[in-house]
Design a protein. Sequence first.
Length: 134
Amino acid sequence: VPDPNPDFEFYLGLIHETVGLCEVRAVGQTIHTDPQGHAIRHAFHNNVSLLHNIFGPYELVDTSAERSEQGASTWMSDLHSGDIRLLAEWSENRNSRLGHDLQRVLLTIRPESEESARLILQVTFSNFPVVEKP
């Protein structure tokens, strides 16, 4: 990676047998956070700002606004259980500035536990193969 982001620990490439490199995933450092997820959400929004400067308009999906404030659950426990999601997506449908080689850029939070999570940045190239069902 020519200019690596310090928030990410390692990178994975998906190489298709006929079209070559079609996706890169950056896996973030483990971020230990409080029950409300302040540290991981802060890292997420910082990276959204950086990506917004590069790719422009995006769609933010934050289902935590829909969660009930009643009960004993916390933001991190809801994230870990899959009850809420937080992601940002750049794509042609959003009028993002992806260029002709990119199909989509997606930033998500992957929980490891109720106390820690990682950012996952998925960059999908336009040569990503379409798998047809028989």
